[in-house]
Each structure stands twice: as structure tokens, then as C-alpha cells.
Ligand binder design. Structure first.
Ligand SMILES: [Zn+2]
Length: 479
């Protein structure tokens, strides 16, 4: 992370000054650990230790026996054939060239491999003291799931997911204080403390736009995202799927220039960050991007309409589509279309993001481009068809491997878009039923290919070959 951001990551909690470490590659945050003195600890990937200013008012005590929700089968063993990888990888793309990048830390793996014993969808706050990299930190949040080996997946008050390994766990307290996400002001304050000096926060109905670019560009981003949000929620509502309101404010971090963005994004994406335009992290729940006009904060005054004109060229249009794509992921994962900690086939989540990614820069209210033919993806799909193997559809829906293989990813994205377009056009009712089924998936349980296939067939019919033929006829007619 950039030195400036690293320095800004230090803050005081209740009068305990923190000092920057002599060395360190990541950003840091700190808080108090119970009665411990304030101390410095390095947090991986700048995770938040969300302890709070309400610390003194919290009551402590163990909660009652662990319960699982009604209808939720206990899952004492890992399902046969379940994969050992959490589906945390989300796409990022540049100028239409999709790049698969991991956004989930490797250290989540052991938690997911372990057996899932408990599912706690709501309830009281947990306070967990974690020993990590030579220091201690406290994380407050809602327990998402607990592994048989004692590992925890915790949803913190700022919306970040924490995977805590058993050997990191120092103390765990279950309180009777209801889980309460940070409100907009609290989260904005937290973000400004983490980000370098010069950042400001623009608030819209659903977003906190943290930026150090021009106010006009931040305004433009907020307007773009809000219009997308409206279009997205209206679209699914019309099809009988009611989205829920986001539990957390939706955070977008907009850097004035690409270099600053890359410095930030490489914590999640590694070297791949340099070839991306924006990203959404399942772990932090934030989007990050940079000013696509290339003017950044140097441009003191520029109206949103002028920015629209600047970004309406063919090349710029595709970069805006990439940002919209990531914003669609964020909305989908925050409004109940997908779950951040559950299995969701990549063809499904990517198909939806591409379905919505074509930006509508002209309409101040609506978003008329939802479901428009994505000509770039269609052209790719048409080029793929002559060499498309007979089991292409089955491989797409049962495995994410094609998306993870750079030699196949673009074809997989194109086919995912085509399949989504086809199903929403010809099998919308079944698609929504399938969507509802996926949205109910328990956390941290990865379906095996057989389960994915069975559930797809139960939604769209057992005759996959017939459906595939119908799909190909549909694609051939698309222009
Ligand atoms: Zn994507």
C-alpha cells in the first residue's frame, strides 16, 4: 500500500496514540483489546478491527445454546465432493478484456475446508480477540459461521468479512447486544481515517462515495450508481423477486488517478490490479476505481454532463461498462440476489453483471439499457461457437474452472452473458425460481458439480441438450 495511505491508517482510539511501525507492507488499523493496553498490530490487507466507541456500553455474557435456524439442516460433514475453494474470486476487467483475479485471501481456505457446524444468520454481537502477526486486535460483528476446528467467519460492523483461524483466536465473547451495522456517519468517519489525507465523502441515497477527485466526478459516480441501483431493483421487482435494502451503506472509493487506485487495489488483486479499472471486494464489500476522465483533482469544475460527453466514446464507454459491472456485483451481493459467503456459480453472478453492464449515460432517471444486446460479448460468443465443445453448457454451469483459466475466460464470460440473456428472455419464471434457490444457500458450503447440475436441471428441465439447442438458436438470431 502507498506510504501515504499507510501513514493515514494510524489512528487513536480513546486517547491511545498509535505509532507507525518501523516496517510493514500492509496498512494498519488498531483498537483496544479488552483490558489490554492499546497496542500496535498489523492487520492483513487493512482489515478493520471494528471496536468501537460503544465499547463501554456493551454488556457481556454468553448467549444461549448455539442454534441453527429452522429448516436449516445441520451439516456435520463436508458434502461429498464439495470443493475446497471459497468462491471469492470476482472479476475485474479492462477495456472489455476480462481478467479473473482473486479477491479472497488464501487464509480463508482452511475455514471453508473445515466442517460447518453452525449457521447464525442474525442475532447478537460477538466480540473476538485475535492474535495476528505479533499483535492483538478486537473484531466485533455477527457470526456468519463457525467451523468444526473453531475457525470463525465474522461479519464486522463496517460490512467486512473476517475469517479467523483457530490459532489466531485468543478470546471470544458472545454478547446480548444486537448486531448493529455502523451507520453512514460512523462508516464515513472510519473510511476517512483509513484513506489518505485529501479524501472526502459524498453521500447519496445508498452510497458513500469516498474520493479525492473532482466533486463533479464524484457527483457523476453517485448519479451513475444510484440510477443503476434503481434500474436493478426495479428490474427484479418486475420479475417477482423483491430485493432487500442493503444492510450496510454501499462504499465506493474513487481515486483521482490510476496509480493510486492500483496501489490500493493490489492488496486484493496483487499484480493483476495494474490491468484493472475497478474492482469489488467480497471481503471488504467495497468498490474501488479511479477517475476515468484522466483529469482527477486537477479539474476543478466539470459538470456531470461534460463528463458524460468525455466518456461517451467507444473506448471510454467500455471502461464505464467495467465500472458498472463491478457496481452491479456490489448491489447484487448487498440486496439479497447473492450472498457474499455462499456458493454462487460464476456463470450466474457474471451473467447478471454483464447483463446490466451496458451504461446508460443519457437518461437522468431511468436506465434504458438493461438487457440490451452486449455487442462485444455477442461477437465473442459468435467467434466461440465454431469451436464450442458439445459439453460447453454443462461445463459452464457445473464448474467455475473456465472463468479461472485465462485462455478460456473470455469465452466463458460471453457464454454466461448469452445464457443469462436467453434464460431471462425465454425462461424468466424458472430463472427467478433458480435465483431464489441460490439466494438461500447456506454459508461456506461449496456445491459439487453434481449438485449444481441437479439444481439447474430442476429449474430449467432435465433435458440439457434440448435446452442447449434452444440456446444456440437464440444466440444465432441475436444481432
Ligand atoms: Zn464480474
Amino acid at each position: 500500500m502507498a506510504g501515504a495511505m499507510l501513514a493515514a491508517g494510524w489512528r487513536s482510539v480513546k486517547g491511545h496514540p498509535f505509532r507507525a511501525p518501523a516496517s510493514g507492507a500492509a496498512a494498519y488499523n488498531g483498537t483496544r483489546a479488552g483490558e489490554d493496553r492499546a497496542r500496535i498490530w498489523p492487520c492483513r490487507n487493512n482489515e478493520f478491527a471494528r471496536a468501537s466507541t460503544q465499547e463501554d456500553t456493551m454488556r457481556h455474557g454468553l448467549t444461549g445454546p448455539k442454534r441453527r435456524p429452522p429448516q436449516q439442516p445441520l451439516n456435520p460433514t463436508r458434502p461429498a465432493g464439495a470443493r475446497e475453494r471459497y468462491p471469492g474470486a470476482r472479476c475485474s476487467a479492462i477495456a472489455g478484456r476480462a481478467v479473473r483475479v482473486p479477491t479472497w485471501p488464501r487464509w480463508l481456505g482452511p475455514l471453508v475446508v473445515a466442517q460447518v457446524l453452525l449457521w447464525a444468520p442474525a442475532g447478537a454481537m460477538e466480540r473476538v480477540t485475535v492474535q495476528r502477526q505479533g499483535g492483538r486486535l478486537v473484531v466485533e460483528g455477527r457470526l456468519v459461521t463457525e467451523a468444526a476446528d473453531g475457525g470463525l467467519l465474522l461479519l464486522a460492523r463496517d460490512g467486512a468479512l473476517w475469517a479467523i483461524q483457530p490459532d489466531e483466536l485468543v478470546r471470544r465473547e458472545s454478547t446480548d447486544v444486537p448486531f448493529q451495522p455502523l451507520d453512514r456517519d460512523e462508516l464515513a468517519e472510519l473510511l476517512l481515517k483509513e484513506l489518505p489525507a485529501g479524501f472526502r465523502v459524498r453521500r447519496t441515497a445508498h452510497y458513500l462515495i469516498c474520493h479525492n477527485t473532482s466533486p463533479a466526478y464524484a457527483h457523476w459516480c453517485g448519479s451513475l450508481f444510484e440510477r443503476l441501483y434503481m434500474a436493478f431493483t426495479n428490474y427484479w421487482s418486475r420479475r417477482g423477486f423483491e430485493l432487500k435494502k442493503p444492510e450496510f451503506p454501499l462504499v465506493a472509493i474513487v481515486f483521482s488517478d490510476q496509480r493510486s487506485y492500483v496501489n490500493y487495489a493490489q492488496r486484493e488483486l496483487g499484480k493483476a490490479a495494474a490491468s484493472t479499472i475497478g474492482c469489488y471486494s467480497l471481503r471488504t464489500n467495497r468498490m474501488a476505481m479511479y477517475d476515468l476522465t484522466g483529469r482527477g483533482s486537477r479539474l476543478a469544475v466539470r459538470s456531470p454532463a461534460q463528463i458524460n460527453r468525455m466518456l461517451s466514446g467507444a473506448e471510454a464507454f467500455r471502461t464505464v461498462a467495467t465500472v458498472v459491472h463491478e457496481a452491479t456485483h456490489q448491489i447484487a451481493f448487498n440486496c439479497g440476489l447473492h450472498q457474499r459467503y455462499s456458493d454462487c456459480p460464476l456463470w450466474f453472478s457474471e451473467g447478471i453483471a454483464i447483463y446490466f453492464e451496458t451504461p446508460d449515460l443519457t437518461s437522468p432517471r431511468g436506465w434504458r439499457s438493461v438487457g440490451q444486446v452486449n455487442h462485444q460479448r455477442l461477437a465473442r460468443l459468435h467467434r466461440y461457437l465454431p469451436r464450442r465443445p458439445a459439453d460447453s453448457l454443462q461445463r459452464l454451469i457445473t464448474s467455475d474452472d473456465r472463468f479461472r483459466d485465462t485462455s478460456q475466460a473470455l469465452d466463458a464470460y460471453a457464454e454466461a452473458w448469452g445464457l443469462t440473456h436467453f434464460l431471462l428472455s425465454h425462461h424468466a419464471r424458472q430463472y427467478v425460481a433458480y435465483l431464489e434457490r441460490l439466494a438461500q444457500k447456506p454459508p461456506a458450503v461449496m456445491d459439487d458439480p453434481a449438485t449444481r447440475l441437479r439444481e439447474f436441471q430442476e429449474a430449467f428441465g432435465r433435458d440439457l441438450r434440448k435446452l442447449d439447442e434452444e440456446f444456440l438458436r437464440y444466440v444465432a438470431r441475436l444481432r
